[in-house]
Write a protein that binds this ligand. Structure first.
Ligand SMILES: [Zn+2]
Length: 75
């Protein structure tokens, strides 16, 4: 008798492709990615910032936003 654990095989399928909810970029669903379902920490923070902004009504400083983008370009 052959006993194959198909359920286990499905759970360990390595190539599940999802789309980042923030930027729509396709990425592999990896358990090693701490930011899933986002593609990166940046997209995760953007998403968290959106709901935080709705709940807390934090005013967005346009100067700070510009500095962040320039900083990313330099890096
Ligand atoms: Zn993303």
């Amino acid at each position: 008798m052959i006993c194959i654990s198909t359920t286990s095989d499905l759970l360990t399928m390595p190539e599940a492709i999802i789309k980042c909810p923030t930027c729509g970029k396709a990425l592999a669903w990896l358990s090693s990615n701490p930011y899933r379902p986002f593609c990166s920490e940046r997209c995760q923070l953007i998403d968290l910032g959106e709901w935080a902004d709705e709940n807390r009504s934090i005013p967005v400083d346009p100067d700070h936003d510009d500095m962040t983008e320039e900083d990313l370009d330099r890096n």
